[in-house]
Design a protein around this ligand. Sequence first.
Ligand SMILES: O=c1ccn([C@@H]2O[C@H](COP(=O)(O)O)[C@@H](O)[C@H]2O)c(=O)[nH]1
Length: 275
Amino acid sequence: MTYARRLADLTASRGRLCVGIDPMPSVLDAWGLPHDVAGLERCARGIVEVLGPEIAVFKPQSAFFEAFGSPGIAVLERVLADIHAAGALSILDVKRGDIGSSMAGYAAAFLGDGAPLWADAITLSPYLGVGALRPAIDAAVSGGQGVYVLARTSNPDGAAVQLADTGAGTVAQHVVDAARELNPLVDGAVGLVVGATHHHLGCDLTGFNGSILVPGIGAQGGSVAELGAVFGDAVARVLPTASRDVIGHGADALLERARNLVTQVVNLPVQRKNY
Ligand SMILES: O=c1ccn([C@@H]2O[C@H](COP(=O)(O)O)[C@@H](O)[C@H]2O)c(=O)[nH]1
């Protein structure tokens, strides 16, 4: 079954929320855990243990696992396995992007049967060109997995690059258009990353039929309530994601904060067409 289909089915039953797993030092502090691999593992796997049965999607941030070297990567492998065992989906936030030959190497790490860091989807950076991502996109399609390509990121610094004018619209628009054209050919495996922090997106999402991962809820100032006004009809395709807002207040607050956000996203319109 395609990633798009699995995502639609699971979010229909569990709600359209993605919880970020960013076990950064401040989060470990809030959980009363040490800044070491043991603390990392208790926090990250503790999140999945509590929320795994009821949240649809988790987004582990690879940076906080890589920060501990190979023992941290081993924890990430276990976290990805935990998410799968809980019946949830994983979007591994690795933001990879390189020339085609190297993209094939990254694909082998994350996509396709037997990939050591197998995830339901990964994030990709299009700075070397959307076409350069094709080996990863093709591997995702073969494995029934997905990719999310950065289009309009949530951070203020992104604007200088993503809103630059190509002569045919913004850079972000170029990425959106490329993803829209690709999707009918690749089972809708290509999603986009568009932040929740903007009043004006600087790109038109009309006609894009993939999933839109929307980070920036909570800690970065974005809110679920504002998504309808900013995304227009495309709000039906958003997958809002929050990390610190859910996991950054200690283990005891985890379930209540996640459920509160699920209640908010339940009022968003749903997508009309799936691949
Ligand atoms: O445009 C982007 C793309 C990715 N991110 C990532 O999402 C989380 C956000 O964490 P919060 O605690 O909810 O702010 C983090 O892993 C970022 O690297 C993003 O914020 N914006």
